[in-house]
Write a protein that binds this ligand. Structure first.
Ligand code: SF4
Ligand code: SF4
Length: 167
């Protein structure tokens, strides 16, 4: 796909063809509860909604942040306009992948290396207060992590790009 550099006014129809997205009034509530908004680069749901509605096809096509979403649905619960931002994120991923089958989302590399996508350092105290390990269990279990990597290596997208995963 050669994404348009000019604004594509029909982009929202190709990605997320519901009336809900047009009700977004840019309040940022979806960002305030999103754990991936602390990522680097941050996932800013409101900005993605703007890109879709303004038809910024090239900028949206090159944006990898939708792949940092951890599917918690908080944005969905918090959005006052019932935009269903999480569903929009899934539709953006689908649109990106269907227009470039060679796309390797950076989050897959993160999952392969660490077993998870988002740094949890800021949650260590909360996790310990709840009696949990300071880091996700798989990080503390090299055997499970190896099995997880072996499983990932069998998926088509990773197998076709194993040089990115140290394979
Ligand atoms: S579902 Fe995804 S975009 Fe929505 S709050 Fe959770 S991580 Fe963020
Ligand atoms: S919470 Fe809903 S209305 Fe507010 S910016 Fe996010 S998507 Fe738009």
């Amino acid at each position: 796909m050669n994404p348009q550099t000019e604004a594509n006014k029909d982009l929202w129809k190709a990605i997320y063809n519901t009336g809900d997205l047009q009700h977004c009034f840019n309040c940022s509530t979806c960002i305030s509860g999103c754990p991936a908004s602390f990522g680097d680069p941050p996932l800013l749901v409101r900005n993605l909604a703007r890109k879709v509605m303004y038809g910024l096809e090239e900028a949206l096509f090159e944006d990898d942040t939708p792949w940092a979403c951890v599917s918690c649905s908080r944005c969905e619960e918090m959005c006052p306009m019932d935009v269903k931002p999480f569903e929009m994120i899934l539709h953006i991923r689908q649109w990106q992948a269907s227009n470039d089958e060679t796309r390797v989302p950076p989050s897959i590399v993160e999952i392969y290396k660490r077993g998870y996508t988002q740094a949890v350092g800021t949650n260590v105290e909360t996790r310990q207060a709840l009696g949990l390990d300071p880091l996700p269990i798989i990080t503390n279990n090299p055997e499970q992590l190896a099995m997880f990597r072996e499983m990932l290596m069998k998926t088509p997208v990773v197998a076709a790009n194993d040089y990115m995963f140290g394979g």
